[in-house]
Design a protein around this ligand. Structure first.
Ligand SMILES: [Zn+2]
Length: 256
């Protein structure tokens, strides 16, 4: 059974595609094959799922780094009682994903997240500038940024500026084409992991106390692929095979 298809073997015909889908292993066999894989991450992909609940103010994200055979290399989860905003959580997730990728030697990963507005914001910030005064994200001011993301509050803008500056500063080599928005179906593993982390943080009291300020602070944890349970492995496996992972570019378009 072939367990290690790669990007160079693009499914150019229906027959090849069918034989590729037919080669899908069971979750446990697939998981066992991970250890044998060369974890070269030059063309790695990062899946990011972020959320923010306005009525409770909590938020969080999960990021999963995968190699070019769609196998997981590392994951990071975060849950915060002070979520700030949805945009804040998405940008924090992107930053965490990029940190995770560079920690594993990948400096230009394809990043797939669940926010079209953030992808648009990053693309626009990379290409637009204005001459207005006041604090700016990149080269555009709050008012001009509002034309991209309407109704962004002052507080929200102020919390986003440093995050976007970190993204721009640390990852100059990344272009807008490195970022794409994907559907929930194509991001199911990161979505599941984010939900589990929230449950874990709340029910198992994993939130840490900041003893100096007496406050509960973010729960953050790194996960290794060998700790992944069946359900998570199954989501990753389905994504690897059923969503034709290998034949999608950074924008989620079919190629080859
Ligand atoms: Zn402006």
């Amino acid at each position: 059974m072939r367990l290690k298809p790669n990007r160079t073997e693009k499914c150019s015909t229906l027959t090849t595609l069918n034989s590729f889908l037919a080669s899908k292993p069971t979750w446990d066999i697939w998981k066992k094959s991970w250890a044998e894989e060369d974890n070269t991450t030059e063309s790695a992909c990062v899946n990011v799922y972020s959320y923010y609940k306005k009525h409770t103010d909590c938020g969080g994200y999960a990021v999963i780094l995968r190699n070019n055979s769609a196998q997981p290399i590392a994951a990071r989860v975060n849950f915060s009682l002070d979520g700030k905003s949805y945009l804040f959580q998405v940008l924090s997730g992107l930053l965490a994903g990029l940190h995770l990728a560079s920690d594993h030697g990948c400096y230009s990963p394809y990043v797939r997240c669940n926010s079209r507005i953030v992808v648009t914001l990053l693309c626009q910030i990379a290409s637009r500038s204005c001459k207005c005064k006041g604090s700016k994200i990149g080269k555009i001011c709050h008012r001009c940024a509002n034309s991209i993301v309407p109704y962004m509050s002052d507080d929200c803008f102020e919390t986003l500026v440093p995050l976007i500056e970190q993204l721009q500063d640390k990852y100059k080599y990344l272009g807008p084409t490195n970022f794409a928005c994907v559907s929930r179906k194509m991001n199911e593993a990161a979505h599941y992991l984010a939900k589990e982390a929230k449950k874990d943080a709340l029910s198992n009291k994993k939130l840490l106390v900041d003893y100096e300020n007496g406050k509960l602070v973010d729960y953050e944890a790194d996960m290794k692929p060998n700790e992944f349970l069946e359900k998570l492995v199954s989501f990753l496996l389905n994504d690897a095979y059923d969503s034709i992972y290998y034949n999608l570019d950074a924008r989620g378009r079919l190629v080859g």
